[in-house]
Ligand binder design. Structure first.
Ligand SMILES: NC(=O)C1=CN([C@@H]2O[C@H](COP(=O)(O)OP(=O)(O)OC[C@H]3O[C@@H](n4cnc5c(N)ncnc54)[C@H](OP(=O)(O)O)[C@@H]3O)[C@@H](O)[C@H]2O)[C@H](O)CC1
Ligand SMILES: [K+]
Length: 499
């Protein structure tokens, strides 16, 4: 699903009105009706709503929602925050319609800000996608006050003050903190970024029937990955397949005391469907690997006992490297040899990333279209520090362009940055997955998919999506705090049933 910025949403609106031969007021009615339906399903009939409306179309949505809720016997109080002489035509039209049903109160200055009933649900329809500068004056005072209240707060389209994309003013801006956000058609970029996501609460996408034809023509820098995006490229197995059909993963890593990471990654590569897997570890890993993953083969390189060192000869398998690797100087040299000897895309994780961060001149030598899977701290080691989300995304794009690789930046809504600059955000996963070994499982899954001849972008997207889904399925059974990385491996199979 594409993620649009504010000008793109406007374009899409205008095209939709022409294509469907409807007025903007009819589109507003459709959008507000979706919100009202959601509210009616969630809140029982005696619920009181306090709706704060701005003067543009977000405010117009609020007025229509009020009209619909009133018609369904809800108790509704509406305030229009009059911060400017300008109003939108659809706001005016709906203000006139609502005036027939209730008295609408106006907030012009601080003294008009009302006390709010303790159990009233606050609907935020002050500013939506049209926000273009910091909020000041009476709106700021009102939002600051609302943010101190424990009432449930439902934002329409976007919490007031939050831009669709990160803007220069978002850092010091006043933003309403919602429990729920009912957003139209597609999520906004700021819903997916760590510094701004907490304003949005639980968000729901409400489809308002914008032109699918026109969406196809809009080029976006961001996408949101859902199950239907995955289904486009997953492949069924042909009847006459054999284990060679599904590739051979070579999982390189491990050091004394950190062998579990390779166990998890190797198992995950097999669970996601690689035909064969070989774990490549120091000698101290041989018995551990052979016992805990009997399906995999083992190889090492004498005389490395506790960490990998020495020579490396490629056997042209699909390489994943990093889990449990350590950063011993001899291991660093070994990693350089692996990178130079490997000619096809590889998965680079954990200490392999940390070693590259110490030896940046080697980055130019990694095979084209390789996939690096850093967590935020590892990413920072690679690209240097960043002060805000815009800078982080810029650095992410610059990195993939410079080194012609993909980056999987792990976290809530893991971001997959393609070589061409598109960034895909994941929709699966949960905080229970913030646990040791979770990343090693992901490395194994992506390597296993690469071995099965998915393209690097497909392998990264599919691996991240299914990894998150395995986590979501796990917590349904055992809860979040109990989730450990081995559970993720065990639930890969169930996750793939959704493909
Ligand atoms: N396709 C859709 O998604 C649909 C969305 N709808 C709703 O429409 C809004 C967007 O409406 P819009 O009128 O464009 O914008 P807003 O209501 O968010 O803002 C109105 C004006 O407010 C001014 N503004 C901006 N920032 C500030 C500020 N900090 N302080 C004061 N005023 C501000 C600005 O006008 P200026 O001329 O003053 O610059 C805005 O234009 C969308 O979010 C949905 O809720 C439709 O209802 C259906 C289709
Ligand atoms: K809003």
């Amino acid at each position: 699903m594409k993620i649009f910025n504010a000008p793109q949403i406007k374009e899409l609106d205008i095209y939709t009105l022409q294509e469907q031969k409807i007025t903007s007021a009819q589109l507003m009615e459709r959008a507000a009706d979706k919100c009202a339906t959601w509210l009616r399903n969630k809140y029982p009939i005696h619920t009181h709503f306090t709706i704060f409306c701005g003067l543009g179309n977000n405010g117009g949505d609020g007025l229509v929602i009020a009209r619909i809720l009133l018609a369904h016997q809800y108790k509704v109080t509406v305030y229009v925050v009059k911060h400017s002489p300008n109003t939108s035509p659809d706001f005016e039209e709906n203000l006139a319609l609502l005036k027939d049903s209730i008295t609408i109160k106006t907030i012009i200055s601080e003294k008009h800000i009302p006390p709010i009933e303790e159990h009233s649900v606050i609907i935020d329809a002050m500013f939506g996608a049209g926000i273009n500068r910091p909020i000041e004056g009476v709106c700021k005072i009102l939002i600051d006050q609302i943010n101190t209240l424990n009432n449930q707060k439902v934002a329409i389209d976007i919490p007031s003050g939050l831009p669709c994309e990160v803007a220069d003013f978002s850092k010091e801006n006043t933003i309403l903190k919602a429990n729920y956000t009912l957003t139209f058609e597609a999520p906004k970029l700021t819903f997916l970024l760590p510094k701004t996501a907490h304003y949005v609460g639980n968000w729901k996408i409400l489809s308002i029937g914008l032109s699918e034809n026109y969406k196809q023509t809009i080029e976006t820098q961001y996408e949101y990955i859902q199950s239907k995006d995955i289904l486009k490229f997953t492949e069924k197995r042909a009847s006459f397949s054999h284990k060679g059909t599904f590739g051979h993963v070579e999982m390189i890593g491990g050091s004394y005391g950190k062998m579990g990471a390779v166990v998890l990654a190797t198992k995950a590569s097999l669970r996601i469907g690689a035909g064969l897997a070989t774990a490549y570890t120091p000698n101290c890993g041989m018995q551990i690997l052979q016992t805990s993953v009997p399906e995999a083969m083992w190889t090492g390189n004498l005389p490395c006992e506790h960490f990998l060192e020495g020579n490396y000869i490629s056997t042209h398998k699909t390489v994943g490297i990093g889990p449990g690797l350590g950063i011993h100087p001899k291991t660093q040299t070994f990693l350089h040899l692996v990178i130079k000897a490997t000619k096809t895309p590889m998965v680079i994780d954990a200490d392999a990333i940390n070693i590259l961060a110490k030896n940046k001149e080697w980055l130019n030598q990694i095979p084209k279209n390789s996939i690096l899977t850093p967590h935020p701290k590892e990413f920072e080691r690679l690209v240097g520090s960043f002060t805000n989300e815009t800078e982080k995304l810029q650095k992410l794009r610059a990195f993939t362009a410079t080194y012609q690789c993909l980056v999987v930046l792990k976290g809530a809504h893991t971001a997959i940055a393609d070589v061409n600059g598109t960034i895909y955000f994941n929709s699966t996963g949960n905080p229970g997955m913030a646990t040791g070994g979770s990343g090693d499982v992901l490395t194994g899954m992506i390597a296993g998919l690469l071995a099965q001849k998915y393209t690097p972008l497909q392998a990264a997207i599919l691996g991240v999506y299914l990894h998150g889904l395995a986590g979501d399925l796990t917590i349904k059974e055992i809860g979040m705090p109990s989730l450990i990385a081995s559970d993720l491996v065990n639930y890969i199979g169930k996750a793939t049933l959704h493909m």
